[in-house]
Ligand binder design. Structure first.
Ligand SMILES: [Zn+2]
Ligand SMILES: [Zn+2]
Length: 253
């Protein structure tokens, strides 16, 4: 298993995940030139990808997709509602879009989509399960029971830690946008990410805190909040490595 977060945050999101030889790109929210360069640096050129998995149609997750598909016509999977929204974007090669309902198998690797509570057409997280398991859950307003179950069993988990509510309230965002982020269909706070980890029966060896807000969070604050809550719950931190995904740098394992 290889997991590399190429970009994470409100300016663009993309992750490369390789499982038992199957190569996936989760979201294409960065420009194709950067994507190409990043993937080449991981010895995984564009045309070696097996599939692109899209979580939802917000620009920070798909703004590079049309150009990517024009450069390399890869199969793109997501829920039908998301695909309909994608096909309305200018220049999108619609013949690459393939519906994925609950899951699909790629060469023995099971990809499962699970619903997230977020203000998009049909947003999902993904579990990629082969000899190991990697789960991606970003852009969610809260952790539903179904999401909590979906996180279980991950060896590597990419989990949103978007904001600190106090920083958000003190910050420059207008009130309606603050309410959107804090709402049930918005984004996950650092403490909510921590509680999701605390509730897991078996915690992952590696956690990437992801989709950190540049305005309403700070990397060290996200890490400290999560570690603090786990520590207060008596959960040993020694067997779980916590990494912070970045907007402009590759972070991987
Ligand atoms: Zn996003
Ligand atoms: Zn979103």
């Amino acid at each position: 298993m290889r997991v590399s977060i190429l970009a994470s945050g409100s300016k663009g999101n993309a992750a490369f995940i390789e499982m038992d030889g199957q190569r996936f790109l989760v979201d294409a929210g960065i420009g194709v030139r950067r994507l190409k360069k990043n993937l080449e640096s991981l010895a995984a050129p564009l045309d070696s990808l097996d599939a692109v998995l899209i979580t939802h149609e917000h620009s920070d997750h798909v703004q590079g997709l049309a150009a990517l598909l024009r450069a390399c016509p890869l199969p793109v999977y997501s829920r039908p509602g998301t695909l309909r929204a994608l096909s309305r974007r200018a220049g999108m090669p619609s013949d690459c879009l393939r519906p994925l309902h609950d899951g699909l198998e790629f060469g023995g690797v099971q990809v499962t989509a699970f619903a997230l509570s977020h203000d998009a057409a049909d947003p999902v997280g993904y579990t990629i399960r082969g000899s190991r398991q990697c789960t991606v859950a970003t852009d969610l307003g809260f952790v539903t029971g179904a999401v909590q179950s979906a996180l279980e069993g991950a060896d590597a988990l990419v989990l949103e830690a978007n904001h600190d509510p106090a920083l958000l309230r003190q910050g420059s965002y207008p009130w309606p946008l603050q309410q959107r982020i804090l709402g049930n269909r918005g984004h996950l706070a650092n403490s909510e990410a921590a509680w999701a980890l605390a509730r897991m029966r078996k915690r992952p060896a590696k956690v990437f805190l992801a989709h950190l807000s540049a305005e309403n969070n700070r990397p060290e604050l996200a890490g400290d909040t999560v570690r603090g809550i786990l520590h207060d719950q008596g959960i040993p931190l020694s067997d779980m490595e916590i990494a912070l995904a970045r907007q402009d740098e590759i972070v991987g394992l």
